[in-house]
Design a binder for this molecule. Sequence first.
Ligand code: OOG
Ligand code: MG
Length: 260
Amino acid sequence: MTTLDCEKLAMELQRAERERREIVRLTAQYPNMTVEEAYAIQERLVAMKRENGYRIIGPKMGLTSAAKMAQMGVNEPIYGYVFDYMVVPNGGTVAMSELIHPKVEAEIAFILKEDVKGPNIDAADILAATEYIVPALEIIDSRYVNFQFTLPDVIADNASSSRVVFGSRLVPPVSLELDLLGVSLAINGEARAFGAGAAVLGHPANAIAMLANMLSRKGEGLKAGEIILAGAMTEAVRFAAGDVVFAQFDQLGTVSFRAT
Ligand code: OOG
Ligand code: MG
């Protein structure tokens, strides 16, 4: 793949998101695309969004639980970026007309008080650098036909990032046992998925540590003040216009939105 291909494919993904249109997965045309090439496309896509005036809220981990890896048929964690235009207020609305075929998943987010730069970062380093834990609902929306992709496809597509709702309660990590922390996800009052922090690589701080180590490969790190998603604790669930989506987290409160 050339730099030109990267530019072209990032633009296709950008257009698909903006025009709410499914596209054929990139590996159909580039079957030998590597993970490194996929991150190069993601980097172009992220740069385009910044050139368009959008601001990064934080990097995020994806595919960090067995439930998610099995659901998506992919077997290694990935990262992407959440932008300011993706944030929906807690209790707010998500317009289906702006999205393609969204799904929702419950997550734990970290807000750091210090920058963290890999390599060799572990969960203890992350917990020591964390100011607050925040509950979240992430809305993912693959730009690919039928939400189907291989690992390089989903990396290039900014890990399906689309919308995010953060809870209103910020809790310092010392008072929490994040691996034992449970969550239930309900749609219109009907329980649809359950999870616990341990589903995320044994402990959500492991996912954030892995992210710091992955970012260090390109000389980057985690920054104080970013809100960083650790990856879904549950499988992702489809929702439709009119649905009320509600997550209840042990010790962290509730997060909800309504789809219109
Ligand atoms: C990729 C996004 C993964 C997570 O938390 O696992 C992700 C996808 O499943 O489309 O955000
Ligand atoms: Mg996610």
